[in-house]
Design a protein around this ligand. Structure first.
Ligand SMILES: [Cu+2]
Length: 145
């Protein structure tokens, strides 16, 4: 693509007395330049979309805890201070996420597939439980970032 160039031999006047004639675009070349620009823009957007998809995929670290079969999975998660931690409820039952030592705000009752996200604060061990089913417990170990 981008074959039509404003600097193609036919568009260069033999006299070439000023640079302005050099950069003058014929209507045909204008269209070509425009479509090249659009193609480039599309490529950029495509690349950007690819990166965004990647950010949601496996290459980026995600601190996710699944709530399934009345258990937090993984039971213990190690993160760095300032990172986000997201719980998602995969059960049909509502569950909550409540910090034993109130190290983060407690969640509302999470419905099926509902998520709850916190940002890990000061380094330490955060123990939490489900207030609906207090036997459900989990731990977040927060390391210095
Ligand atoms: Cu529960």
């Amino acid at each position: 693509m981008c074959k039509a160039s404003p600097l193609s031999p036919s568009s260069i006047p033999t006299s070439a007395k000023s640079t302005q004639t050099m950069i003058t675009l014929t209507p045909k070349n204008k269209m070509a330049a425009l479509s090249c620009g659009i193609a480039f823009l599309n490529l950029s957007l495509f690349a950007l979309g690819g990166e965004m998809k990647n950010a949601d995929g496996t290459s980026t670290k995600q601190n996710r805890i699944e709530i399934k079969d009345f258990a937090f999975n993984p039971q213990t998660l190690t993160v760095k201070s300032g990172e986000n931690v997201t719980w998602i409820n995969r059960d049909e039952e509502p569950h909550t996420v409540v910090s034993v030592q109130k190290q983060f705000k407690k969640s509302t009752a999470l419905d099926t597939d509902q998520e709850f996200t916190i940002t890990a604060g000061a380094p330490g061990t955060y123990t939490y439980f489900c207030s609906v089913h207090p036997k459900m417990t989990g731990t977040i170990v927060v390391k210095k970032s």
